[in-house]
Design a protein around this ligand. Structure first.
Ligand SMILES: [Mg+2]
Length: 316
């Protein structure tokens, strides 16, 4: 029955609409009314997951919540923004109570530590499960990180470790049991704290959704610069190292959906940056340097440089 379905949905999503910061009027009217704190700018991004396109039918509801929220919040992290609000649109084949409970429970786990509040949403019935999540955050006026600020000589850093998500997908496909890698695929951690920590030092930043080479390529395009990356410096997890070295390198350079941050720091800021992040929970590793031009090049063990063609970015 339509009414009971809506009651069901309201029951599971109402708890996500509590305790928002700057929420003048939350769920329940035609629109939410929101206050961005004085001196801050609003940053907005949206992601959609479609069953059969972005995930396999039958993927667990809690994993879907982690994946869509992780990807979406990662975009705010990449710009050094603090998350505040989300809106959610769900298309469901049926309003199944267990699914709603699991999805909304997992979403709450992600939102609660950041006091992120659901301020609106829409649910419809449709054949294909589709999840659209929009995130809203803020950053001090003029301080948000963008892709276009990298300059020749800047040092290139990445957060965390690379290639784990691609290895996690491989584990799922090969029926492997490395839970760490599988979780890195299903449950990416948006690097919000890291985005905030690097905000006053970084000249450009992006989150790694399509692989380091592809996403660094976006910074190079927007900043009109080149780069040299040293593959020997790429941070790899112990779990990833159980794969052959050639495979790990390929995933670390080209594997998508790690949702780590790649960013550039001017050399004159390096010392202040590294001492400010000394106790930061997520290690940041220098993996290369921005050059005046020359596109994106990989440093070989003998010191020579190999060009990465644009096609080379998109390996998958
Ligand atoms: Mg992004």
């Amino acid at each position: 029955m339509a009414l009971s379905e809506f009651d069901l949905i309201a029951r599971y999503f109402a708890p996500l609409g509590q305790n928002g910061r700057g929420v003048s009027l939350g769920i329940g009217d035609d629109c939410a009314i929101l206050d961005v704190p004085p001196g801050q700018q609003l940053l907005v991004s949206i992601d959609t997951l479609v069953e059969g396109v972005h995930f396999l039918p039958g993927t667990a509801a809690d994993n879907l919540a982690y994946r869509v929220a992780g990807a979406c919040l990662s975009d705010l992290a990449a710009m050094g923004a603090e998350p505040a609000w989300i809106t959610l649109a769900l298309t469901l084949p049926e309003a199944e109570e267990l699914w709603l409970k699991s999805f909304s429970g997992a979403l709450a786990e992600i939102l609660d530590p950041w006091n992120i509040c659901l301020v609106g949403g829409d649910t419809t019935r449709g054949k294909q499960l589709t999840i659209s999540l929009q995130v809203h955050g803020w950053a001090p006026k003029g301080k948000a990180l963008t892709r276009n600020g990298a300059q020749s000589g800047d040092l290139i850093y990445v957060s965390g470790t690379l290639g784990d998500s691609a290895a996690g997908l491989d584990q799922l496909q090969q029926k492997g049991d490395n839970q760490y890698l599988i979780d890195r695929f299903y449950r990416p951690t948006p690097r919000i704290e890291t985005g905030l920590a690097i905000r006053s030092f970084a000249s450009a930043a992006i989150d790694i959704s399509d692989g380091l080479l592809a996403d660094l390529g976006h910074i190079l395009e927007r900043s009109q610069v080149g780069a040299v990356v040293d593959p020997a410096k790429l941070p790899l997890s112990a779990a990833l190292k159980s794969y052959p070295a050639e495979q790990t390198l390929d995933w670390a350079l080209r594997g998508g959906e790690d949702f780590e941050l790649a960013f550039t720091v001017p050399p004159q800021q390096q010392q202040a940056f590294e001492s400010a992040l000394k106790d930061h929970l997520v290690p940041c590793t220098q993996v290369g340097q921005i050059t005046k031009d020359g596109g994106l090049q990989l440093q070989q063990p003998d010191g020579s440089l190999t060009a990465c063609t644009k096609d080379g970015y998109r390996h998958f």
